[in-house]
Design a protein around this ligand. Sequence first.
Ligand code: AHR
Length: 308
Amino acid sequence: ASADRIATEESEPVTRQVKLGFSQLGSESDWRIANTNSIQEAAKEAGIELLLENAEQSQEKQIEAVRSFIEQGVDVIAIAPVVETGWEPVLREVQEAGIPLLILDRKMELADQSLYVTFIGSDFYEEGRMAGRYLLDKMRDRIGEIRIAELRGTEGASPSIDRGAGFREAIAERAELNIFASEPADFTQERGKEVMKSFLEEHGNEIDVLYAHNDDMALGAIEAVEEYGLKPGKDIIILSVDGTRQAFEMMVEGKINAVVECNPMLGPNVMQAVLELMDGRTLPKRIITPERIYTEVTAEREVANRKY
Ligand code: AHR
């Protein structure tokens, strides 16, 4: 199904493999690795030739990769953008080359919506809201100020911006919920641990809740909390986003209280979009991955089903 039929003037149509150039933003987290694997496996299964470039968190490298895909004459380009802004010039080059562009996982801030075909990925704002609504419910009987520390992801990345904003919108319902410390920790376990350590050194026992924008940072923070002599999940309520197997194991142990799912398995949707484009079909402008929240109460049932 993946072969593109090309009609030549005097001969029978020849078939060739469809070529997809994919600029992946990095390999910072378990989520990202699962996402890359999903794209690779789905491309193989669909018989699509995949040109994959890992940009290691650099927007310049992503732009270089996109230019090299144009030079190599790929049929479709997909980008998982590290940050939201600064994409219009290179996207114009893609458009001028007549190559359809898919945005994956993270949002781009674009004035001109004709620069891309579709955006496939999660609703990060809703993920933040789910975390906030969970906290409202969890703390419904607590009286007085509830002090929240936040570990944000990469600065300028849409999951950091939207998970922060959605969470704030949800908790605004109760003035006692107060985000008193918030720092970026790059979506990595190492930085999550370092930044949590510095929160604890500065604020000691005053942290009631930790909201981490992904599981890797939450896992790092748990190490810091334990080294400080507190019990994660009990002395400090811990919320995070993604849904890795390791985070589920932590929920079963009671060290994380809730995880909002963010699904990295975008490969099948992406390949379907590529094949439909090659078939001349029109795609919806937004393809959202359905997601939900898991808590310490439901984690045990689900842990064995986690795919990554
Ligand atoms: O863009 C998705 C986010 O990026 C995931 O939540 C995080 O783990 C990853 O690094």
